[in-house]
Design a protein around this ligand. Structure first.
Ligand SMILES: [Mg+2]
Length: 204
């Protein structure tokens, strides 16, 4: 029987993000206003996060559709500099270090994953993870959850799953995970439910 584990979404759980920061900085270097520049990514963001488009192609197409006047490195820096660490969650997970394995499950792209893993200390708590762009499928579909259960060798019945999006929580609950629908304001509630669950798993 597999041991208890914690599985967590990334955006709006471990780190906050604000694409409007990127929109303002992109608008300074192209002919589109900050209010609408992000809509130009609508057709390429999905394929990119599902792994059907690689980093280089995404950056090339994104620079082309916006008419971005800066360099490729400047574009990548703007695209990635939208995150901030969730400090209460950093403290919660730090206290669990060594008590159970913790893993990530995120709909994300290669550029963003590489950026957040190397930038924020909170990711030191995690042993590994599954990402939509490399799995070739995304939440809330069941396929990426099945892939995660197999790859990480976790038992949904003994895994506490945290996500901020209700459709993802519904899929996880259907597959037997213990779930928590997260928001930053609900962090104290998460701590209570996590503590109760850990005690029930025999982890003090
Ligand atoms: Mg999220």
């Amino acid at each position: 029987m597999s041991q208890p584990a914690l599985l967590s979404d990334v955006g709006k759980v471990l780190i906050d993000f604000d694409f409007s920061i990127a929109a303002r900085r992109l608008a300074e270097q192209c002919d589109h206003p900050a209010e609408t520049v992000l809509t130009l990514f609508d057709d390429i963001k999905g394929p990119y996060e599902d792994g059907r488009m690689d980093d280089a192609t995404f950056v090339r197409e994104a620079m082309a559709v916006t008419g971005f006047r800066g360099t490729k490195d400047e574009f990548e820096a703007i695209w990635c500099d939208i995150f901030a660490q969730n400090e209460p969650m950093h403290a919660t997970l730090g206290a669990l270090q060594g008590k159970l394995p913790m893993y990530l499950l995120s709909n994300t792209s290669g550029l963003h994953k590489d950026y957040f893993l190397r930038t924020f200390d909170i990711f030191r708590h995690f042993r590994g993870g599954v990402y939509s762009y490399s799995a070739g499928c995304s939440k809330p579909g069941e396929a990426i959850f099945h892939h995660t259960i197999r790859q990480l060798e976790i038992d949904p019945a003994r895994t506490f799953y945290i996500d901020d999006l209700q459709p993802n929580i519904e899929t996880a609950a259907r597959l037997g995970f213990r779930t928590f629908h997260y928001s930053f304001a609900k962090h104290p509630r998460l701590q209570e439910e996590l503590d109760e669950w850990l005690a029930a798993q025999g982890i003090g």
